[in-house]
Write a protein that binds this ligand. Structure first.
Ligand SMILES: [Cu+2]
Length: 281
């Protein structure tokens, strides 16, 4: 083996670590934890930083902010609905049993395939021993990412973990950005102003049946529910919904492509409309 290879490897490592250090705020989870610990009287500037960190991507860590996502189910079976179980452990390793209601539920479980071709959003039931359980529909084989989205003592947490549905995996390319998505006989249009990273971007969705705009039914305490994930690391973005319209705000942490999953209720069923969003800078 020549000397050149290990040297090149070291250089790559240095670039990775150097890059991580210079990103600083982008390694949000660490700073967010620190900001949360410092509850007492921080200045306005620090509060601003904490807010910015809150708007960064979540769900990149299996443990964060004093809690750990512990998967009881360790692998998935492609093409079937199966029982899925997990726990949220506190710093002492004890399963958490007290959660706040958020969007009418105590736990939101989002499961996506890593290429963003599959998306499921379910609401598990909490057992007496602190184990969450749900019947989870799983699509085609591949690597999956699970997000547990929950609130404890008024603080929101999103923890993420990977697991695999074995089989022959055919990765799908992310669809190109489009302003219209079709789902179950409905056409959904997205409208937004200039999309730029680091600023709050408002989004509005209109649902059509034929040529006519239709009113959607309430769903989870709002008109709809929006999950936005970043291509590349599946960073999970917090979105803020307005109550009476399909309008949301989100802050993109960086340039890149994102996949937005809008869920709304119409015709007695929950539908998911999917959009690719391009953030140029
Ligand atoms: Cu939910």
């Amino acid at each position: 083996m020549s000397v050149a290879r290990p040297l090149a490897f070291l250089l790559v490592l240095a670039a990775v670590f150097g890059g991580a250090a210079s990103l600083g705020w982008a390694v949000g989870p660490l700073e967010r934890g620190a900001a949360a610990d410092d509850e007492a009287g921080h200045g306005e500037e620090e509060e601003g930083e904490a807010m910015a960190a809150m708007d960064g991507p979540a769900g990149l860590a299996v443990a964060e902010g004093g809690y750990r996502l512990d998967l009881v189910t360790r692998s998935l079976v492609a093409g079937s609905t199966q029982p899925f179980a997990f726990r949220i452990l506190d710093e002492d390793g004890v399963p958490v049993r007290g959660y706040d209601l958020e969007h009418e539920r105590k736990m939101h479980l989002i499961v996506v395939r890593r290429d963003l071709a599959e998306f499921v959003h379910v609401h598990p039931e909490l057992g007496a021993d602190g184990t969450w359980g749900v019947d989870l529909p799983v699509g085609d084989p591949g690597a999956y990412r699970v997000f547990a989205d929950f609130t404890i003592d008024g603080e929101k947490h999103v923890l993420g973990a990977d697991l695999v549905a074995p089989g022959i995996f055919e990765p799908a390319a992310l669809p190109v950005p489009a302003v219209v998505a079709r789902v179950g006989g409905y056409e959904v249009r997205i409208s937004h102003g200039e999309v730029e990273s680091g600023v709050e971007v408002p989004f509005e969705f209109t649902v059509y049946r034929g040529a006519k705009a239709v009113a959607v039914d309430p769903y989870l305490g709002a008109r709809g529910h929006l999950v936005v994930l970043r291509e590349g690391d599946l960073g999970y973005l917090h979105t803020h919904a307005e109550e009476d319209v399909l309008r949301f705000e989100t802050t993109f942490p960086s340039a890149g492509r994102y996949r937005a999953f809008l869920q709304f209720s119409a015709g007695g069923r929950v539908r998911t409309a999917e959009f690719t969003l391009e953030v140029p800078r």
